[in-house]
Design a protein around this ligand. Structure first.
Ligand code: NAP
Length: 292
């Protein structure tokens, strides 16, 4: 078999960001408010990466750092202020929130027109109804990666197994792939015979958070494998980021595969920026410039 295509999300995201930068020059300056509650180290790193990505394409980031002790009412008030601020085009709340805050309630308080993460039930509902392809950023990033090989490999009629049924990755990705006329199975903790199921797949997408959950014997020859997992493991050289796929042993089996790092991760950030532009196009045009 030929060498697998390495779906390099780092290179693709740089290209996508350059394209977006050129488009944004022709728009009024867009702003993205990033709300971070508390001082979780990983969340800080993610938020900083989003802020930097905004700056790189000419989006104005509005960092909102709030104390871990903030009350739900205070947080909702802050979101209301951002909802009513016509200079703010997108709002995201970095998850997870501290335990005393109800994430569902908080996400529901964001104006759907500014819901850049696409976590609001209104936006998710439109995605699930098949009337919109606006979706959470990781799912959009995965579709961008698959689109980059559309000339060699098309989604239509493919059998897809998505391992992981979360609201932020597995389920919305299934909806986008369904819109592209693939046949989808979603696996989760209680799925039986995961290996046999994966062997039926033309495309495996894994988003679980377990090192080496997908091994060579689970992947059909010529399948495409997208690894969303992010696991930090300790090696003699220090901490290393790995996915959920036994990459070294699986890769030669595949038609195309994402590495970790430099796979889905950078695409998620790029897709977030495209989501902001999508919201601007949908809701902030000449005919409809009221974002409140
Ligand atoms: P999550 O909310 O914890 O969901 C994990 C899913 O995996 C659940 O549906 C769970 O099943 C399922 N699962 C757990 N163990 C399993 C097993 N042994 N076999 C089959 N399914 C199993 O996680 P998430 O937020 O979706 O994130 C998943 C991974 O993706 C994490 O490593 C995360 O860091 C990474 N991630 C990466 C990006 C990126 O941009 N690269 C973005 C988001 C997430 P149940 O539903 O039955 O509990």
């Amino acid at each position: 078999m030929n060498n697998p295509i390495l779906l390099n999300g780092y290179t693709l995201s740089q290209k996508k960001n350059e394209d977006l930068k050129k488009i944004l020059v022709k728009c009024p300056s867009l702003s993205l408010a990033t709300i971070l509650v508390g001082d979780d180290k990983a969340s800080h790193i993610y938020v900083q990466a989003k802020i930097k990505a905004c700056q790189n394409v000419g989006i104005n980031p509005i960092p909102v750092f709030l104390s871990k002790d903030i009350t739900e009412q205070e947080l909702l008030k802050k979101i209301e202020l951002l909802n009513n601020d016509s200079t703010v085009h997108g709002i995201l709340v970095q998850l997870p929130l501290p335990d005393h805050l109800n994430s569902h309630k908080v996400l529901e308080s964001i104006n759907p027109k500014k819901d850049v993460d696409c976590f609001h039930p209104f936006n998710i509902g439109n995605l699930y109804a098949g009337v919109s392809d606006f979706a959470p950023a990781t799912s959009v990033g995965i579709m961008m990666l698959l689109d980059s090989i559309r000339e060699q490999w098309s989604i239509e009629s493919k059998n897809v197994v998505i391992v992981g049924a979360s609201n932020i990755v597995g389920k919305p990705t299934a909806m986008l792939l369904l819109q592209k006329e693939a046949t989808i199975t979603i696996a989760h903790k209680k799925t039986k015979n995961l290996k046999e199921l994966c062997l039926t797949a033309d495309l495996i997408i894994i988003a679980v958070g377990k090192v080496n959950l997908i091994t060579k014997d689970m992947v059909r020859k010529g399948a495409v494998v997208i690894d969303v997992g992010m696991n930090r493991i300790q090696t003699e050289q220090g901490t290393k980021l790995v996915g959920d796929v036994d990459f070294e042993n699986v890769k030669d089996q595949t038609f195309a595969i994402t590495p970790v790092p430099k796979g889905v991760g950078p695409m998620t950030i790029s897709a977030l920026l495209y989501n902001l532009y999508f919201l601007y196009q949908q809701h902030y045009t000449k005919n409809n410039n009221d974002l409140r």
